[in-house]
Design a protein around this ligand. Structure first.
Ligand code: ASN
Length: 613
């Protein structure tokens, strides 16, 4: 429920004659307007105040353990249960107690819910902490724990804008990698974070890490499993823990951070993974545990390799030298590797180097390819191992399909071979013409023009459903998920207009189904408002949903539709996921309103599916 909703139940506003609002007047109130009003409200001394821009978003924090919540027991650090929420409630940078009291936050969301002070982008991030029992040092975790995290996110997916997982740093890179594969068709941010020093200590990195992760998860639609540490947001399957004694514990050696949190939070949108599907979010928890990591070293014996590759082993990451090399003067070793791949073991070739990629540029690399190894590109061993676990568990696939999948870039875990695929900005005639007319020539200025001009151009193309124009803009390097000055993305526009093919194209090329414009509207809200039934169905299939607030406030809109006999309107709201049994402002549901009007029932029940009534 929004702050207004919470406030209404305690202030004198209850005295307002709601019955004075006619059904038509209510009908004309755009749901987003209602929500915007509510989101901008706060209560002071029992009075409702509105400020024009504040927004609310919700983040679920799953506390799995790790140093961030540890205390000393017998001189060693171990997780402390049931302490974090109380502790955070006393930290003003992580909880605005006044706002919580004024808006009766705990009554509605429970005592595990806290709220950040208003952010620089005018957002109130409300976060609920779900603490696991027992809390674990991440060294104690197994693949079963990953499954639990995934399932809990899946269960709560529609109720939150983003997710933060508090986790120990020791195996965080493994968990982040595994979740990136397990979470299929992800449309919202999942950010792992933790700390090197417990948040209970005077000097610690936990506060900043938690705050940064919450601010990003609550304000940006980054549809990836990420890891936030020491002011940087990384793609989760690109990181590795490199330092046990520094706050700067993680490195993403082959991919620049997705975001940096310095004076401002800057998102590197060009790197952020773009959704490319119309399928719904789901979590695959089946993982194959018959996988392993084997590091080559000079003098390794053939019997060690043979023993390691014995059944039940099904997938191995071989950590090789340099750019994927191994000895080409050791037929005993190569025979063992070949025998295993012939027997159906998938062996990935990943480099021991922190940075760089596997390539067959040496004879010592070629022999490993000949032995049936698959090049792992610049994947980290953590990513390659968890990818093997995920792919090998896909029982519906044969061995060749699994091998093919291992060589493909599934979630941005390896750099794509861009040779021949990338069009440079100078290839774009359109941008050149504009640049010339403005006498601009340097690359940065060209890019700046591109970034300013292409979002409205893409919206214009979406308005008329011009897929060729969208394609041209994409080839120009434009990011089709960026919004115009009102945050309206091409997907919002295409959804309003009902251009089904354009909507489908945009969803397949980076558009986010969860994007919100400045009024808080998603493409689904727009499609409902403009009654684009097919688009609503497609967006729903892709995982679009109303927010909790919108669900709460839909009751009144539904009653208005019912009162005016608008069956088509009710049907479209229902298709979009609205609950027809939600009460409106006066406690009546749309169904009750319909029943009240007997003529109406008589004339329309035949058209309207019984299941909805
Ligand atoms: N900094 C940490 O969180 C280390 C701890 N041993 C863990 O991984 O749970």
């Amino acid at each position: 429920m929004s702050s207004l909703g919470r406030a209404l139940s305690q202030t004198s506003l209850q005295q307002i004659e709601f019955n004075d609002i006619s059904p038509t007047a209510t009908l004309q109130r755009h749901p987003s307007r209602m929500r915007r009003l509510s989101k901008c409200s706060s209560v002071e001394n029992g009075e409702l105040l509105t400020s024009p821009y504040a927004d609310e978003s919700r983040v679920l924090v799953i506390n799995t353990g790790g140093t961030i919540g540890m205390t000393l027991h017998d001189n060693v650090l171990a997780p402390e249960a049931n302490a974090l929420v109380q502790r955070l409630r006393k930290l003003p940078i992580l909880h605005d107690d006044l706002y919580a009291q004024q808006t009766r936050l705990h009554e509605y969301y429970g005592h595990e819910t806290l709220v950040l002070p208003l952010s620089k982008l005018n957002t109130r991030i409300i976060y609920t902490i779900q603490e696991y029992s027992p809390l674990l040092d991440s060294s104690n975790m197994t693949t079963d724990d990953w499954g639990r995290f995934g399932k809990d996110i899946e269960k709560n997916y529609e109720n939150y804008d983003g997710f933060v997982i508090l986790h120990g740093t020791d195996t965080m890179a493994y968990t982040a990698s595994a979740l990136s594969f397990m979470c299929e068709n992800l449309g919202k941010p999942i950010i792992l974070t933790g700390s090197q020093v417990p948040i209970y200590e005077l000097r610690n990195d936990g506060r900043d890490n938690l705050l940064g992760a919450l601010l990003i998860a609550g304000q940006f639609v980054i549809p990836e499993v990420c890891l936030y540490f020491y002011n940087k947001l990384y793609r989760g399957n690109r990181v590795t823990k490199v330092d046990a004694g520094s706050f700067n514990a993680f490195s993403s050696p082959n991919l620049a951070p997705l975001a940096t949190a310095e004076v401002d939070i800057k998102i590197n949108w060009d790197t952020v993974w773009r959704a490319n599907t119309t399928a719904k979010f789901q979590v695959r928890t089946e993982l194959n545990r018959n996988v392993g990591l084997l590091r080559l070293f000079p003098g390794i014996t053939a019997s060690t390799v043979r023993a390691f590759l014995q059944p039940p082993m099904q997938g191995v990451v071989l950590e090789t030298y340099g750019s994927g090399n191994g000895p080409d003067n050791r037929p005993d070793l190569l025979d063992e590797l070949k025998a295993a791949t012939d027997a159906g073991v998938i062996i990935m070739n990943c480099t021991q180097c922190l940075r760089g990629t596997v390539s067959a540029s040496y004879a010592t690399g070629m022999v490993l390819m000949d032995a049936g190894l698959i090049a792992g590109g610049d994947m980290t061993p953590e990513a390659a191992l968890s990818k093997l676990s995920y792919v090998l568990a896909k029982s519906e696939l044969g061995l060749d399909a699994k091998k093919k999948m291992m060589a493909e870039n599934l979630r941005g875990e390896m750099s794509a071979n861009l040779e021949g695929a990338k069009l440079s900005l100078s290839d774009s005639r359109f941008i050149q013409v504009i640049a010339k007319s403005l006498s601009i020539s340097c690359k940065e200025e060209l890019e700046a023009i591109r970034d300013v001009l292409t979002p409205p151009l893409a919206c214009a193309a979406a308005k008329i459903g011009d897929i060729d124009a969208l394609e041209a803009l994409k080839e120009m390097g434009s990011n089709l998920c960026l919004g115009d000055f009102d945050g309206r993305t091409p997907l919002h526009v295409a959804a309003c207009e009902g251009h089904f093919r354009a909507v489908e194209y945009l969803l397949g090329h980076g558009a986010s189904v969860h994007a919100k414009d400045r009024y808080g509207d998603t493409p689904l809200c727009n499609a409902v408002r403009f009654r684009q039934k097919d688009v609503v169905k497609l967006l729903r299939k892709t995982g679009a949903h109303f927010s909790r607030d919108q669900m709460e406030e839909a009751g009144t809109e539904l009653c208005s539709l019912a009162a005016s006999g608008d069956i088509e309107g009710l049907e479209i709201w229902s298709l979009a996921g609205a609950d027809l049994s939600k009460p409106g402002y006066d406690g009546k549901t749309a169904i009750q309103v319909v029943r009240f009007q007997e003529d109406f029932i008589f004339n329309t029940t035949a058209q309207f599916p019984k299941s909805h009534l």
